[in-house]
Design a binder for this molecule. Sequence first.
Ligand SMILES: Cc1cc2nc3c(=O)[nH]c(=O)nc-3n(C[C@H](O)[C@H](O)[C@H](O)COP(=O)(O)OP(=O)(O)OC[C@H]3O[C@@H](n4cnc5c(N)ncnc54)[C@H](O)[C@@H]3O)c2cc1C
Length: 457
Amino acid sequence: MFGKKNQHIVVAGMGQGGMVAAIYLGKAGFDVDIYEKAKEGEVSHPWTDDTMTAVFKRCGIPMPPKEAYSQKNNWLWVSPGVDRRLMFPGTAPGVEISVDRHMLSDHFAKLATEAGCKVHYETPVKGLLTDGDKIIGIELQNGKKVKADLVIDALGIDSVLRPQAPKKWEIQAHEADDDLMLGYRQFYKRNPGYVPPEYPDYRACMYLKHLGGAGLSWCNLSPDNNMDMLIGRLYGMTKDEMEVMQKDLFKRHADQLTDEVVIPGRFVKIGTRYSLSKIVADGYALVGDSAFMSIPLTGCGIESSMDAGVYLSETIIANKGKEMTAKNLWPYQVKYFKKKAGLFAAIDVLKRWVLNLDGDLVDWVFYKVATPKIVESISGMMFRGMNPIVGVLNILSSLPFSLARLFSKPSILKEIGVTLKAAVHALLVAMKIPKKYDEDKIHQWVMDYETSFPHKK
Ligand SMILES: Cc1cc2nc3c(=O)[nH]c(=O)nc-3n(C[C@H](O)[C@H](O)[C@H](O)COP(=O)(O)OP(=O)(O)OC[C@H]3O[C@@H](n4cnc5c(N)ncnc54)[C@H](O)[C@@H]3O)c2cc1C
């Protein structure tokens, strides 16, 4: 009766990584409180996003209920010159789904509650409570102070807590302009006269460097048969710029769209950069978008956030009963960097190069180098169980033509070489994260890691 109290964990925000960690920690006997600003049933975005189903199995989390998801669309990639289109065949049925974000959040909340966690909806978090350099809890917007052995920051990209972490921990407070894509997403009623093609034909168009800008836009048929339009730009965009691109998509998809708005537009930030270099401190750990864990090019972060939630909970459970210091939490960061952040670092370097390429060049690569056979074979082997021997033979049969075309532009070959070298360098630096917690070595590694990325001046 008078035994030691369970360690108290606060999960700030219902981001997926925080929820996965909460579920495991609740089951392991920790006292877990989750604070979320949104209302029950309205957590996350009012639309569907895509994710691989394998992540649920890998994380030991049951799939959301069937009504929460549907088969992901196939995408047609459109190069900046627009007349050049490349079909990227999607995954086999069941491999990748479009999942309703509200329902996914409800699913996590149910599992967390069953694991003994307490979910506090409509309870915005305001700040960190600190004692010197140590984080000892949070302050809620209602003024209440909540003490905790560990605060898990799952507040997403605009985390109010991250900028408040004591300086000692070198947790980057604010991102650069080119770390984010600013998106504007709006849903329209589909033209009732438009008959959508059946799977496996494409139902979605992805415009790379739409109208020449650094970014991408899409217009696709959403699972509820509405038209989903997104305009995304690195370095941000004004409302006027967004409207020009919106008009252009309306013109191109005139047969599919009506101007009746089903889900009003909203500007959203999408993380498109390398993972944060420091994700732990004494009493504090970041997971998901608050630590920039999404894939740099696509901004997809559901999967990596869930995986990271598992790594975090494993580390916490291994330290059960001990103080949640940066040193004890360090294995979480090491595992995340070895499994995820290394690859993301390389993708980040490639992404910065691709999105800043001249539009004509991207057109040329689409048309002359990335033949449908190559694209189909790569995606077939990755996602649709294509026999690797068949896939490789397919690629080899097309490769000489693609390579010959590349060799006709030596300046590009040189650029590709330099960029690949920089990408491999970023990967190797990320993977060289010190295994043991040594503040001097970590500081040096953070400096090396941060300088691996060519930010736009
Ligand atoms: C337009 C768009 C499209 C995307 N498409 C995909 C996709 O197809 N596939 C994919 O994998 N990813 C996609 N992503 C990215 C994906 O949403 C995130 O990477 C993923 O959800 C991980 O984020 P998170 O869980 O850390 O944070 P979030 O999902 O942002 O969750 C943070 C939570 O914290 C809550 N919160 C925020 N501030 C406070 C506060 N002060 N107090 C209390 N609660 C607070 C929020 O309400 C929210 O519930 C997309 C993102 C956008 C914006």
